[in-house]
Design a binder for this molecule. Sequence first.
Ligand SMILES: [Zn+2]
Length: 462
Amino acid sequence: MIPNVCLSRIFGALLWALTLSLVATPGRAQPAVDTAVVYQNAQFIAGDGSVLNDGVMVVRAGTIEAIGERADTPLPAGAESVDLSGRTVMPALIDAHAHIGYEAYTGWGAEHYGRENIIENLQRYAWYGFGAVFSAGSDPLELARDIEAARQAGEYRGARLLVASGMAPPGQGPNAAFLAHVLAVEARTGQRILRGAATAQQGREAVREIAASGSGFIKIWVDDRGGAQEKMPAEVYRAIADEARQAGLRVLVHQQAADDMPGLIDAGISGFLHGRIGPELDETMAAAMAQRDIFLVPNLGLSELRWERLADDPFLTELLPAGVVQRIGDAFDARTPAGPSASYEQDLREGMARLQAAGVDIVLGTDAGAVRDHFFGYAGHRELEIFVRLGMTPLQAISAATGLAAQHLGLTDMGTLAAGKRADFVVLDASPLADIRNTRRIHRVFLGGEAFDREAFRQAAQ
Ligand SMILES: [Zn+2]
């Protein structure tokens, strides 16, 4: 049993590596390989907490060759120069929690799921300055790989796609409404998305199967959705976390209640999606998370954006067909949302301070696409605003969406502006360090050193 599993896993990994090497080199749309481009006279936010106020960045063949203060950075001879006076450069953003493919703007559901819509969603992310998206447990791995390989081959330009394989008690997974759509995609594509585990042994076997498929991530659903689903027992998630650690897989947890958090932290999971940051996450838990380097994605916009009339925000509506703007405006007017509880703001501000004091990494994620009208890219900029409102500095918020997100998703070649990283960056017309809402003021987006054509995408989207 075990030799077979190992062999197929190694074979799977080799195949994947071969696929990458085949598609990465030829045909990739690049300017002349040796031409360096020097971006200068800008503020550079590196994504690791550091800032260059008068920096230069040298990009060659899609990679950052050098970056530093102007005075200490030698410039290559014959380089093309781009003057970014008055502008700020930051790494392309990363959404560490989303669900790609179901949202098609004119509708939401399994019927829209497929290559074309996924690429549209990834380009929408790119329009908003995102360089990578982690789609958490709702995508067939093989299809996602094909789409990502096509991006690397230069067939389209958009955000990089990462996906997780899903695990839950048998027959469960995402909330009931979403689950039916995920199962419909499984049925149509004939590819596994979710695996059930009722016992520790089944959990271990499913992890081995996922490892053999070459997937790097497992999303597990642990909580009971307020009684609507069966909770994943502790011995099952402990076995999953243990087996995943041995196989080098990261385990991300959907957990909205606090009661299982100590057990999950102790089991050594990698991070919490929908992690609670209110009073239920106490200092002891925060310290244990920091000690084990477990990150947390709070997903606060998922609730908060429902309290706003988003149809009035041009940063969203300029990318939507007029009919959709009308529909979401009408829907908001018809439902008159209740808004936050009296203690909401203070609970979250205190929670944010508690997590920061303990040294827990808070990472940006939105859960965009999990439900209708929770919009890709836009939701990420709004989450940055929420982070700052709750007490992060703008610089910390940007790190949560760049360097820290990359670190916790194992994206070693992006997330920061540093020599050797991919040239995935956003040029802003004003500094987000002065006002986090300036992340909306996007001048240009570069992925792999090449500009993403935002205007063409905007026209197509409308
Ligand atoms: Zn989700």
